[in-house]
Design a protein around this ligand. Structure first.
Ligand SMILES: Cc1cc2nc3c(=O)[nH]c(=O)nc-3n(C[C@H](O)[C@H](O)[C@H](O)COP(=O)(O)OP(=O)(O)OC[C@H]3O[C@@H](n4cnc5c(N)ncnc54)[C@H](O)[C@@H]3O)c2cc1C
Length: 239
């Protein structure tokens, strides 16, 4: 169904948790989600004077997660919608949601792999849903996440990702901090992409998500590394 034909539904915020200094998690009650990992929802906020604004947010939770649908939203200074979530939203608030939306940026365990995921900043959110779906299904499909963040404090779900990389057979994490530690000043480069490809194996699916610039440069590196453009799926968050 076309996204604009999906009806809006009212959803109540059931829980809010801090994920990083700039990102909060929002759980919506009663929406366990018949989505596929990688999909997003649209969120609409309406002011008392009737002015409304809507934005897209990726679903962080695995399909069927009993704790409810989870979104992870980065608060942008002056951001019309994200600043509401960063500073105003409270448990019990109701917002309008519609979805799930997105037909190509999706992965399910039965799609198998190997799977290469490349995320920048909050662009890891839909990739996290894929990692969670793989874990929930006890899949051992080879999957590797390259995750680029400015510093460790800004890494979303870092503990969860590190535990999966340690314990989940076939899942690996390459974490790049671009503004601190030994990799300060480095960006995802061809060597990193080729090392990841050697490790995970010839990929069947590649998903890249982040800001416009991030997605563009990573896609170019993948093509330079002889990944077929047809298997590279991208999601651009803006910025
Ligand atoms: C399919 C899809 C999924 C998305 N999923 C998520 C998600 O899971 N979590 C999340 O936090 N965001 C996500 N986004 C981004 C989100 O939709 C909004 O664009 C973002 O929250 C900014 O909206 P705003 O109203 O707060 O800012 P606006 O008022 O629209 O913009 C404020 C300022 O921020 C700049 N800006 C807008 N978007 C970004 C951005 N992404 N990064 C940096 N600067 C930006 C604008 O150019 C402007 O200068 C997703 C976007 C898409 C298209």
């Amino acid at each position: 169904m076309a996204a604009d034909k999906i009806p809006w539904q009212t959803a109540r915020i059931g829980a809010i948790a801090s994920v990083t200094p700039r990102v909060k998690s929002f759980r919506f009650e009663g929406l366990a989600g018949r989505h596929r990992a990688g999909q997003h929802v649209e969120v609409r906020l309406t002011a008392p004077d009737g002015y409304s604004a809507q934005r897209s947010y990726s679903i962080a939770s695995a399909p069927g997660d009993a704790a409810g649908l989870e979104l992870m939203i980065e608060g942008l200074e002056q951001g019309e919608v994200s600043s509401y979530f960063a500073g105003v939203a409270e448990v019990g608030d109701e917002v309008e949601l519609r979805g799930p939306i997105g037909g190509s940026f999706v992965w399910s365990p039965e799609d198998e792999g190997p799977v290469l995921l490349v995320g920048g900043g909050s662009g890891v959110v839909p990739l996290l849903a894929m990692i969670r779906a793989r874990f929930a299904a006890r899949s051992e499909t080879p999957m590797l996440l390259i995750y680029s963040v400015r510093n460790l404090a800004e890494a979303i779900a870092l503990d969860e990702l590190q535990v999966r990389a340690r314990d989940a057979p076939g899942f690996d994490l390459t974490l790049l901090t671009t503004r601190e530690g030994a990799t300060a000043g480095r960006r995802i480069d061809r060597v990193m992409i080729e090392t990841a490809l050697d490790h995970v194996g010839k990929p069947r699916h590649v998903f890249v998500c982040g800001s416009n610039g991030f997605v563009g440069s990573v896609s170019d590196l993948l093509v330079d590394a002889a990944v077929k453009p047809g298997i590279i799926r991208t999601e651009r968050f803006g910025g």
